[in-house]
Ligand binder design. Structure first.
Ligand code: GLY
Length: 360
């Protein structure tokens, strides 16, 4: 997989102009969801107008699909394919995906499959999307309740990240993205993790966030460069996600949906407890992360009667091989250890300790 060009910019129109000039194409399509068309259209309108003027009035085709992860499905995908097809897209057309992870995953997959693949650009509009989904070439859709069950590896020709878009995000969505940054901090080095834990996420501003964000995205890029198709090292990016996905699905099934990053934050605490028990992750760092998560995300409330439900959900995680539940653990900051498994008793002990650390 080619290394992706990632541009951090606050002049999104200039960046789009530069990239669309570099990438040869015949027609240009832009994919939004109902939220991003409302909030992001004003930001990119000067680019759209200038493009149409400089291409002898050639129309840019806008495609708009529903917002929400539930709409990341075959029906929305078909809408995108149909819009491309009925507006004369060819193998040389270019698609710009403007949105969070739902749009960049679905739009990337639409582009990867339309006429066996057209080029696409991701413009990340959420912190979670910028730090994770938009970068790294994973594209796909959900199949019923199964998240990202259908998909392909297909890198965007370019990824644009602008903190300008984050101005319209609420605090919960910002700290949801920040959880993936903490994950990258754990996977990188002590100094970066320290900077993240000491950043005042209750009162942040985009200017001071930017260097942390750039560093964080580069942690992911470095991993993806070494293992683009997740044969080994890329599994490190799943830290926090085995417990996290179980928490996320359980909350959805019990009608208390939570944001992905919250689930990852709680999942990371559990997987660091398991890391401390199985591979000697330092206790002081575990307590620092647990305190940070408790103070900023609050605890996920559950009791020991819920453990079996979590374990059942973990058994169906698609990262598993055979009957074993697969965990990414850490033996130290920057040292992931892959492909660990744990039995019911070990998982229950982790959940007991989690409840202690979170004070529930
Ligand atoms: N979200 C994890 C990865 O891209 O591998």
């Amino acid at each position: 997989m080619n290394d992706q060009q990632v541009l951090f910019t606050n002049d999104i129109c200039e960046a789009l102009e530069e990239i669309t000039t570099k990438i040869q194409h015949d027609k240009l399509f832009v994919l939004f969801d109902l939220t991003t068309i409302r909030f992001c259209m004003p930001v990119i309108t000067p680019f759209l107008n200038k493009y149409e003027e400089s291409h002898s009035g050639q129309r840019i085709h806008q495609i708009v699909i529903e917002t929400s992860d539930q709409a990341k499905n075959i029906d929305s995908l078909t809408e995108v394919w149909n819009a491309l097809s009925s507006n004369g897209a060819t193998r040389h057309s270019l698609l710009i995906n403007i949105g969070g992870g739902m749009i960049t995953d679905l739009g990337g997959f639409a582009a990867a499959t339309f006429k066996r693949g057209i080029k696409f650009i991701n413009v990340a509009t959420t912190l979670l999307g910028a730090v994770d989904a938009a970068v790294g070439g994973k594209t796909g859709i959900n199949l019923g309740n199964l998240k990202n069950e259908i998909g392909a590896f297909a890198p965007a020709s370019a990824v644009l990240i602008s903190t300008k878009f984050f101005e319209t995000l609420n605090h919960d969505n910002l700290i949801s993205g920040y959880a993936e940054m903490i994950k990258h901090g754990l996977l990188s080095d002590k100094q970066h993790l320290f900077d993240l834990l000491n950043y005042d996420i209750q009162h942040w501003d985009n200017e001071t966030l930017l260097p942390l964000l750039e560093y964080s995205v580069n942690v992911k890029r470095k991993v993806v460069r070494q293992d683009p198709y997740e044969q080994g090292l890329r599994k490190a990016l799943n830290l926090g996600h085995t417990f996290g996905h179980a928490f996320e699905t359980w909350c959805m099934q019990t009608n208390k949906p939570i944001l992905h990053g919250y689930a990852v934050a709680w999942g990371m605490v559990c997987e660091l407890i398991m890391s401390q028990q199985q591979v000697g992750f330092p206790s002081d760092t575990l307590y620092e992360i647990a305190n940070f998560v408790r103070d900023n995300y609050g605890p996920l409330q559950f009791n020991c009667g819920d453990y079996d439900a979590f374990i059942e959900l973990m058994k169906h995680d698609k990262k598993n091989e055979g009957d074993e539940i697969n965990f990414t653990l850490m033996s130290a900051i920057g040292v992931p250890t892959l492909n660990h498994s744990a039995n019911k008793e070990q998982i229950s002990i982790v959940l007991d300790i989690y409840r202690d650390l979170m004070g529930i």
